[in-house]
Design a protein around this ligand. Sequence first.
Ligand SMILES: Cc1cc2nc3c(=O)[nH]c(=O)nc-3n(C[C@H](O)[C@H](O)[C@H](O)COP(=O)(O)OP(=O)(O)OC[C@H]3O[C@@H](n4cnc5c(N)ncnc54)[C@H](O)[C@@H]3O)c2cc1C
Length: 294
Amino acid sequence: MKFLIFSDSEDSAKQVMTFLRGKGDFVLSSTERNESISKYGAQKVLLLEGKPDPKGIASILSDEFSNGGYDYILIASTVLGRDIASLFSGQKSLEVTPEIFDLKFNETTVITKRYGLGGKAVLEEESKSKVFTFLTGISEDVPGDGVSPKETRSIPEGAVKILEIEMKKEKEVNLEKANIIVAVGRGLGKKEGIQQIDPFVKAVKGEFAGSRPVCLDYHWLSEDRQVGYSGRTVKPKVYVALGISGQIQHIAGMRGSKVVVAVNKDKNAPIFQEADYGIVGDLYQVVPKIMSHL
Ligand SMILES: Cc1cc2nc3c(=O)[nH]c(=O)nc-3n(C[C@H](O)[C@H](O)[C@H](O)COP(=O)(O)OP(=O)(O)OC[C@H]3O[C@@H](n4cnc5c(N)ncnc54)[C@H](O)[C@@H]3O)c2cc1C
């Protein structure tokens, strides 16, 4: 079995390679130049140089796929990756199965897993696809042995000319790498609640995160701290949810957490179904009590 991978993100590339290790041979193609991506067991790393024109990248992948004896292509599900997946599959007249997070092989088909119903269900499906976008942010990232050889390819310019690339402001926080996350929801009730909870976040050496209302509607926390379906996907060792009801769009972003602690004053809040430890109570009374035991 041989796989071609594309990822324009270092973290996603590492996760896809870790996932494929032991399933077959794989070649990584990437616009990401960080040396560390060559330590994940790829047969080779194709460094794509030039402006990241999706059509140009899709045509490189299309040639590589035709000539390299590949069985499948996995494209990390980033903004650019999703563009490229549709262009690639159009060029080759192959169907895409999007957003998978697991892949197993039958004799003639593959069994994929992906989330359905807004993250409420896991769909296990038999697929004849050869093209997949891979949902990252929920899988492990473990380096392999050795260092992969590198080749470079120049990205041809497509019909769209990229005049300038302006990098996004540095992310304030790398929630994906955080070991402990303290996430607050609408139950916080007021912006000043952030300062009140801050000593707890510091005491547990955690990172603040929030539900969508907290980050997007009220701006009590910055937007890059939103966890969920339309926010970040995190998998900390401990996820503390304070005043979060646990709607499926939020759960979709934190269900990879190892241990979930929930504080909510409503004993029927759905977050308790996800929680390993649940405390029914007012977060402003519960948090100081936890603090007094730290
Ligand atoms: C397309 C789409 C995408 C979305 N994407 C996301 C996403 O990425 N992330 C996300 O979070 N949401 C997302 N949402 C919104 C989501 O559906 C919910 O509306 C949101 O998660 C609710 O946030 P919450 O739990 O903070 O608020 P609420 O649902 O209002 O819950 C507040 C909770 O706080 C509890 N509470 C109140 N006061 C206290 C107190 N003093 N102490 C303890 N508990 C208290 C209440 O009992 C309640 O359970 C999305 C929605 C849509 C339609």
